[in-house]
Design a protein around this ligand. Structure first.
Ligand code: SF4
Length: 498
């Protein structure tokens, strides 16, 4: 524990000790602890954020369509048929052998179900970020920084998207104190859907916010590419056919040339003699036509003619009509070859313009996706059961359903309980932090009561759901995109394989 977090040896009379995390703050009357999650209210330790429950029922559902924070329901009348107690606002118990803050029972479709609810303290956690953009943000493995501190790195690109791996125990605990603090703060903001400005070594600066378009070097990204250059040729070849003699789709990874591509050959197109830089992979598909950048199709190209070699005089002809276009359809240029076989700018024709618009129409909006990833396979399990490995096995056997703030968590194969969840599926402001530093994230384990007993659960601490529900709970409507954590179809026992 850092020196400045160490508690005093004796508890000052007017202070109370918070034991919800290893920091063990002594909190004076009317003050909150170091994480701002707990406070001393008239000598009582209080979790400041209300417990969040998911309330099914007509009134709650009505709130689903009302704006960005539609999940927040300020109504105070419980009208729903069933309530799911999330871990958001539930608090944490420490040390780990203490039972989780809430172990709630409820009968669901004739089955006694138990949900174990805790705000886990995740020292091993981070986020995976998907940025829907072709623009070159930096080399793979390049360091990503916030306030000059390393918080993660660029990882393998996916189809039409750049990927970041941020946080993790090495940045939280393995570097300087400032690195850990900045990393924790960046993760917290990203998980709570706030905007974070970051830079990539030898790359761009960008603003990342879950559910919003990435802003790269000050420019808000609009569209995610329809496909690579080759795929774009495949999709739109027929629509170009007859209106143009050659199309070059500029892409950082695979640039396509229509007449040479199988799609053009299939349409009996005449080879045009238009040639591009780079390395030919297969007919009509070229790698490395330019350097990566923030120009056309994720290349550094601003002038598309810069990727052309002189046309093949044996094949090309004066008057040849050439379209060059990017993979989002946002950039295009139309040329006609002159007598020296040099492309000269010309006015694009309506049919070609329509296809450019069709490409853009087929691009999805560019978004930042933030997935929280953390390891719940460690000591956190002891708050659920006295025999922690049985919880792991129960999760793997699909007898226990894992959710984060009610949102389905993907549980990685292999050992432990390593979960991943889209922060956009969770209630707003689901995350907190403690200054150890670590992120605090909600996690719920739902299972049959008899299974809970069998895995050595803290059955003496089970309480009926009615005893947890209070007027001051924060109620959110069910997320229509999420499975019901208590739906028996999610469990192996309903499929006859206990
Ligand atoms: S940091 Fe927060 S949870 Fe930890 S002891 Fe202090 S008030 Fe309690």
């Amino acid at each position: 524990m850092p020196d400045d977090l160490k508690p005093a040896d004796a508890v000052p009379a007017e202070k109370i000790r918070c034991d919800a995390c290893p920091v063990m703050c002594y909190i004076a009357e009317g003050k909150s602890g170091a994480c701002d999650r707990y406070a001393n209210h008239a000598g009582e330790l209080l979790r400041l954020d209300p417990l969040t429950v998911i309330q099914s029922g007509a009134q709650a559902v009505a709130f689903l369509d009302q704006g960005e924070n539609a999940q927040d329901w300020d109504g105070d009348v419980i009208q729903g048929s069933r309530t799911f107690v999330t871990a958001v606002g539930a608090g944490t118990t420490y040390p780990d052998y203490k039972p989780a803050p809430f172990i709630v029972s409820q009968e669901v479709e004739g089955v006694d179900m138990v949900t174990v609810v805790t705000e886990g303290i995740f020292s091993y956690c981070g986020v995976k970020v998907k940025l829907d953009t072709d623009r070159h943000i930096g080399e793979e493995r390049a360091i990503v920084r916030v306030d000059g501190e390393a918080i993660g790195h660029v990882m393998t690109s996916e189809y039409g998207s750049k990927m970041l791996s941020l946080g993790g125990v090495e940045h939280l605990t393995g570097g300087s104190k400032k690195e850990g603090r900045v990393t924790c703060d960046a993760l917290l903001r990203l998980c709570n859907r706030a905007a974070v400005e970051m830079s990539v070594d030898d790359g761009v600066t960008m603003v990342v916010q879950a559910g919003h378009a990435p802003v790269i070097n000050g420019v808000t990204e609009k569209l995610m590419r329809v496909g690579c250059g080759s795929a774009t040729i495949g999709m739109f070849a027929k629509q170009w056919h007859g209106h143009v003699d050659e199309v070059v789709v500029v892409d950082d990874h695979i640039t396509g040339i229509l007449s040479e591509h199988e799609a053009g050959r299939g349409l009996d197109m005449t080879p045009s003699g238009i040639r591009v830089n780079g390395r030919r992979s297969t007919p009509g598909r070229y790698f490395q036509v330019a350097d990566p950048g923030t120009g056309w199709g994720g290349t550094d190209v601003q002038d598309p003619l810069s990727i052309l070699k002189p046309a093949d005089a044996k094949k090309a002809w004066p008057g040849l009509r050439l379209l060059m276009i990017s993979t989002t359809g946002e950039q295009w240029a139309y040329y006609v070859l002159d007598d020296a076989l040099v492309p000269q700018p010309a006015e694009i024709t309506p049919p070609l313009l329509a296809v450019a618009e069709r490409i853009a129409e087929n691009c999805e909006p560019s978004l930042c996706s933030v997935l929280f990833m953390g390891g719940a396979g460690g000591s956190l399990r002891a708050g659920v059961t006295e025999n922690p490995v049985r919880l792991t096995r129960s999760v793997k056997d699909a007898l226990t359903y894992v959710s984060c703030g009610g949102a389905e968590a993907y549980v990685w194969p292999g050992g432990g309980i390593t979960v991943m969840v889209d922060v956009m599926d969770m209630p707003t402001n689901s995350f907190g932090y403690v200054p150890t530093p670590a992120l605090v994230a909600p996690i719920e384990f739902t299972l049959r009561r008899e299974d809970y007993g069998a895995l050595g659960g803290h059955v003496n601490h089970i309480q009926p759901v009615e005893t947890v529900i209070r007027k001051d709970n924060r109620r959110v409507a069910p997320n229509a995109s999420q499975p019901d954590p208590q739906d028996s179809r999610n469990y192996r026992w309903t499929r006859g394989k206990p």
